[in-house]
Design a binder for this molecule. Structure first.
Ligand code: VGL
Ligand code: ZN
Length: 207
């Protein structure tokens, strides 16, 4: 059984969004091509879903984006512009992305005090979303991951997927990163952890 997991294809990460990822809109077409040509037993879409004054917002701490703070649990929290605030235009999934009625939506980052890059666990690994249980319930073996951003939420979701025991694929042409350096390091980390690199055409041709 296979799952397609689409990470955070939300307006704030796309063209003119508050935390715009360069060329993010280019991933919509290949993801839609996959949706139109391949079938999965499950499709899940994650949403970064923050309350106002979230710990990851620079504005919450009167700091600048890409400064960092040390959290109560002694982790380094990188700070971002305000983004993906619950029920705002910026937190909506991009309107051009195909979303079907049967798709599952996973909200993450709801806790004001703890960020959550991964769609499985928060950054402190203390709480989890419903994703792991849903994948187990559907007897999922293969998880195909893509979306935004390669060097943050896609990386964290890929690593958690592997550590949960799923055979994990990263769909490279359906993902974009924030920084070149961060993305290069993330790709290396994925390779080191046994994540398999594919692109949308591999999926469509082998469907
Ligand atoms: C993300 C930074 C902050 C992401 C979310 O979706 O990759 N990045 N929040
Ligand atoms: Zn966020």
């Amino acid at each position: 059984m296979s799952c397609l997991l689409i990470i955070d294809v939300q307006n704030d990460f796309m063209k003119d969004g508050s935390l715009e990822v360069e060329n993010a809109n280019d991933i919509i077409k290949p993801i839609n091509d996959i949706r139109n040509n391949c079938s999965f037993d499950l499709v899940a879409l994650s949403k970064d879903w923050h309350p106002e004054n979230h710990i990851s917002f620079a504005s919450t701490h009167n700091k600048k984006p890409y400064d960092s703070i040390i959290t109560k649990s002694n982790n380094t929290q990188l700070l971002f512009p305000d983004h993906c605030i619950q029920n705002t235009k910026g937190s909506e999934i991009n309107k051009d992305l195909i979303v079907k009625d049967k798709d599952i939506i996973i909200n993450k980052g709801l806790d004001k005090e703890v960020d959550s890059f991964s769609s499985f666990y928060d950054n402190d690994k203390k709480s989890k979303t419903e994703l792991h249980d849903i994948l187990k319930k559907h007897s999922i073996v293969n998880v195909y991951i893509c979306g935004l951003a390669t060097d943050f939420c896609v990386l964290a979701s890929c690593l958690d997927s592997v550590s949960c025991g799923f055979k994990t694929y990263f769909i490279e042409d359906c993902s974009k990163g924030v920084s070149k350096n961060g993305t290069d390091q993330s790709l290396q980390k994925m390779k080191d952890n046994g994540i398999i690199f594919i692109n949308s055409l591999d999926l469509i041709q082998n469907k």
